[in-house]
Design a protein around this ligand. Structure first.
Ligand code: ZN
Length: 405
């Protein structure tokens, strides 16, 4: 289904978004509940209103646009994503999905097809500001631990509750739930589609992260005077553990699990001392709960063994434990068939990264459409995708909705 009403509007909308939080040399910073995210929501709402749609915001700042009269939300298809970014991020992670919602409504309108659509622009999907991800969608769907909100503090030191209170948010959230179904278009944030020369991916499952902080305590000693035989070097212990964690991830990579040590803090971190204390942050992810559990067990066993052999004390603290999310097989298949009808090269695939879509299987049938991003780069000023690639994603959603009608 060729796009007849939205090609130009899509480019115009991204031209309006482009200067918001723009960085010298490319990329954007649009932190959650900051002035740049506000501006993105203002542009979204103003654009939707100028196209003739009903717009509103909820009590935590998520913005909405709908092509039907109030009261029929449960019959509407939600097309959604977020408008915030990481620090020094790109312009496409999030806005692509929000823009797609408006463009799908424009295409339906131009064809005289009546399908109720609710477009949602979520707040605070990225954890960059408050160390809390998918806040807007979690609050909307009642899946947040309010204790986390109460404890969250922004990068500038302002507590999140203060930010929300100042904006008059966090009253009784006006919820239209449930919806008929939820579809999110997003850049892939990996290189699978690009490497295979494919146009779109239909997401079957979203990986869950299990995260740990590991404190290792040995003994800080003089690096010249302390014989090798009596050292309790926390950093060499950490080195062995890091490789063991990589190995545990590799062993389960056939089941799409991954394991990473992304943070190493070494103390005293000076050239003439044997490192006495090391902290590691461990991130284990996968789409198969049993596989994640196997990685976790192996990691724990290896940490215990390595620490024992090296006479290092340790404390392993679980900091996050989410469950992988399976998306709706019927909706996944319908979107896949739509892509095939559009003549696009496509595959079904898991998502290694988290998305607002994770919150919706508890609310309604949910699926995601991925489009390639250049070299798989995202959360980076070099993030790029072509308008033609966005249009492919829009066509898949449009084709599905038109076919179902
Ligand atoms: Zn995103």
């Amino acid at each position: 289904m060729e796009l007849i009403a939205s090609k130009e509007k899509l480019r115009e909308l991204f031209a309006k978004f482009a200067p918001v939080g723009a960085l010298e040399g490319g990329g954007n910073t649009r932190l959650a509940y900051g002035p740049e995210e506000d501006e993105m929501h203002r542009i979204f709402t103003e654009t939707a209103r100028s196209l003739g749609y009903r717009t509103w915001a909820d009590d935590i700042g998520n913005s909405y646009a709908a092509n039907f009269a109030e009261g029929a939300a449960d019959k509407s298809t939600v097309i959604a994503s977020h408008l915030d970014s990481v620090i020094e991020g790109g312009p496409y992670d999030g806005p692509v999905g929000v823009a797609a919602g408006l463009m799908v409504m424009e295409e339906l309108k131009a064809r005289g097809i009546e399908v109720p659509i609710t477009v949602i622009a979520f707040r605070c999907e990225e954890s960059a500001n408050f160390k809390l991800a998918t806040l807007g969608s979690e609050l909307l769907t009642n899946q947040i631990d309010m204790k986390l909100v109460e404890k969250a503090v922004g990068r500038d030191g302002t507590p999140l509750p203060e930010v929300l209170k100042k904006r008059g948010y966090l009253g009784d959230i006006k919820r239209d739930l449930p919806y008929k179904e939820y579809i999110e278009l997003h850049i892939e944030q990996a290189r699978v589609l690009e490497a295979a020369g494919e146009d779109v991916g239909i997401v079957t499952a979203i990986a869950a992260a299990h995260r740990f902080t590991l404190h290792l305590s040995g003994m800080a000693d003089h690096s010249g005077a302390t014989p090798m035989s009596i050292r309790r070097d926390a950093l060499t212990c950490a080195a062995e553990i890091i490789l063991a964690i990589e190995n545990a991830g590799r062993r389960e990579s056939g089941n799409s699990s991954v394991a990473t040590v992304g943070v190493v803090e070494n103390r005293p971190n000076i050239i003439n001392a044997v490192p006495g204390k090391v902290t590691l942050q461990i991130d284990i992810r996968g789409i198969d709960a049993d596989s994640i559990a196997r990685v976790e067990t192996e990691v724990k066993t290896r940490i215990e063994g390595i620490c024992k052999a090296r006479n290092i004390d340790y404390e392993l603290i679980g900091v996050d434990s989410k469950t992988p999310v399976t998306l709706d097989p019927r909706l996944v298949d319908d979107l896949y068939q739509s892509a095939v009808r559009e003549g696009l090269k496509c595959r079904k695939m898991p998502s290694g990264a988290g998305h607002d879509a994770m919150m919706f299987p508890k609310v309604c049938p949910t699926a995601m459409v991925f489009i390639p991003c250049k070299d798989g780069i995202s959360h980076n000023v070099k993030e790029h995708t072509e308008f033609e690639q966005m249009e492919n994603g829009i066509r898949v959603i449009l084709g599905y909705l038109a076919e179902k009608k």
